[in-house]
Design a binder for this molecule. Structure first.
Ligand code: NAD
Length: 523
């Protein structure tokens, strides 16, 4: 891409090399960490190539089973100390992490963009989410409230308290290589847990960079190293976490296929899990929708992160009276989308993450043809020097019907399906009749339509928006979805409760024992 190369990092250009310096990344990294200490001897090296230009960014070792076990022991030891540290003190550590992330936002956001392929704006936005959740968790550290209840027995007091749970295992997906970790870790830490993170094998350097930031902070605060641990590898390492009875909570983000396996494994050992899985998100466009407002929401939702967000807009359910109009403004808007190097802020869309993602995309295009979909804007792989990784694809629009298998599946790529409806009830039924249940939206100026969409028989998704798109969410709300999206909730509201165990306590200050439900037991 015609960039100037750096001496120390011969494979990447100067701008990226500067970020590597700030983040203290080396060309070879140990992939197993407990706090500031790399664990074990690096043996098998994995390479991380950028989807942007194909350059080798660095290599790191896969975590061995022996190193994994040592890390779990360190995380257990750290937990025993941390659970007795007052929660506001735990919050102070998370506050400092937020400050560090502010200082390193540009560098980390650039790394996210270069290793994952999302636009720089979105990479920076992801780091901003990390900062926001640190702020949120800091306040939360003084608000881990339990309820008090009135006892049915005289001279008794009843209340509940929340205790730390233990190690939180975090398995994360490639498309949010750092933010998802922070949603979990910031909360887990203020709740008194230690954390072991297995990032996606597609974005491992993002994991190493974040670990180094946290590790330096742990050292500065003289905190136990096992509070923040990192293990690297593919699904096999994820399975070690899922099977491990020493880890009471697994928070897993990724495909429904992964969640089906992790969910069953964790449930089989009576562990707890937070599952954040695939989506198949729709926007309903009603006759009264303000189309000027709708257009950017649709285009950002469908092509942002090259359609690789769990909340990406995949289906538009359009009222038949505005169908042709929406079709023509979308076709026009898609002609203006600039695809290329995501670090160049003139581009709207970068590459898909890897060759497998491109294969999934082309397979979906073939299925669309086979199942009778009609391309309004055709797809395809982009060729030429600017697209030399072969991972750059065209965003496409397809006129389809809701019953087509390909429409009911999540293809993690910029493919947008247009569906039409007559009555709102029909639109809501179409919106709900896919297996996934993450994000949904309605565009309307009618209060009645909006409320119908939000009613108990309206959208069945974890997120239901009015007059904004499906993509992106604020950290203040609980994030997650229903059905095959897994049912988990992360981030804001009272999601913190999943990271703690609830204890109900009844204290008697009476001189005689009174049993509940009026039971008498005299002897
Ligand atoms: P993926 O399922 O291939 O991998 C996700 C993570 O799970 C990786 O770290 C991987 O190594 C690990 N893994 C895979 N199989 C495993 C197994 N059997 N046991 C334990 N660990 C296993 O997903 P991906 O391609 O990285 O990410 C894309 C998917 O993630 C999409 O379906 C997207 O919708 C979903 N996603 C969901 C959310 C959400 O909050 N709902 C957020 C981001 C991504």
């Amino acid at each position: 891409m015609g960039r100037q190369r750096s001496g120390k990092y011969p494979y990447i250009d100067m701008k990226i090399a500067e970020c590597f310096e700030i983040l203290q990344l080396n060309r070879k990294e140990n992939g197993s960490w407990a706090g500031s200490e790399p664990v074990g001897t690096p043996e098998i090296y994995l390479d991380s190539h950028s989807p942007v230009d194909g350059n080798l960014m660095g290599s790191l070792s896969k975590t061995s089973r022996a190193d994994y076990d040592r890390i779990v022991e360190k995380a257990e030891a750290a937990f025993r100390i941390w659970r007795l540290t007052p929660a506001p003190k735990r919050g102070e550590f998370v506050r400092q992490l937020g400050e560090e992330l502010r200082n390193k936002k540009q560098a980390l956001g650039t790394l996210v963009s270069y290793e994952m392929g999302k636009s720089l704006q979105e990479g920076l936005g992801e780091v901003q989410e990390m900062i926001d959740i640190c702020d949120f968790a800091t306040g939360l550290s003084r608000q881990l409230y339990g309820l008090t209840m009135h006892s049915e027995r005289p001279d008794h007091r009843m209340y509940e308290q929340w205790h730390p749970l233990g190690i939180t295992g975090v398995i994360s997906a490639f498309n949010f290589p750092v933010a998802v970790w922070s949603w979990n870790s910031a909360l887990a830490w203020v709740c008194g847990n230690s954390v072991i993170w297995k990032p996606s094998e597609k974005t491992p350097l993002c994991g190493i960079a974040v670990q180094k930031i946290v590790a330096a902070l742990l050292k500065k605060n003289d905190l136990p190293e096992g509070l923040s641990c990192l293990v690297n590898g593919d699904a096999e390492v994820g399975r070690w976490l899922a099977e491990d009875t020493r880890i009471p909570l697994i928070s897993a983000t990724g495909s429904t296929r992964m969640g089906r396996s992790v969910g069953a494994t964790v449930a089989g050992r009576f562990g707890k899990s937070i599952l954040e899985l695939g989506g198949n998100n729709a926007i309903i466009i009603t006759p009264s929708a303000n189309l000027k407002q709708v257009l950017p929401a649709i285009v950002f939702g469908a092509v942002g992160t090259a359609g690789q967000r769990c909340t990406s807009t995949r289906r538009l359910i359009i009222h038949e009276s505005v169908y042709e109009q929406v079709k023509s403004i979308l076709a026009q808007a898609y002609r203006q989308i600039r695809i290329g190097d995501p670090l160049d802020q003139n581009n709207h869309m970068g590459p898909l993450v890897d060759a497998q993602a491109v294969l999934n995309y082309t397979h979906a295009l073939q299925e669309i043809e086979r199942q009778g979909g009609k391309f309004l804007v055709p797809g395809g792989i982009l060729e030429g020097e600017a697209y030399k990784t072969g991972f750059y694809v065209k965003p496409c629009i397809v006129e389809a019907n809701p019953q087509m298998d390909v429409v009911r599946e999540e293809t993690f790529a910029p493919i947008l399906y247009l569906l039409s409806y007559r009555e709102l009830e029909e639109a809501i039924r179409i919106q709900n009749e896919v297996p996934q249940g993450l994000s949904s939206a309605i565009m309307t100026e009618s209060m009645r339509e909006a409320e119908r969409f939000l009613a108990a028989d309206g959208s069945d998704c974890g997120i239901a928006n009015v007059n904004i798109g499906t993509s992106g969410a604020e950290i203040g709300g609980a994030f997650g979805g229903e059905k095959e999206t897994g049912g988990g909730r992360e981030s804001g509201s009272d999601s913190w409760k999943a990271y703690m165990r609830r204890q109900t306590t009844t204290i008697s200050y009476s001189n005689k024992l009174t049993l509940a439900q009026g039971i008498k037991f005299d002897f």
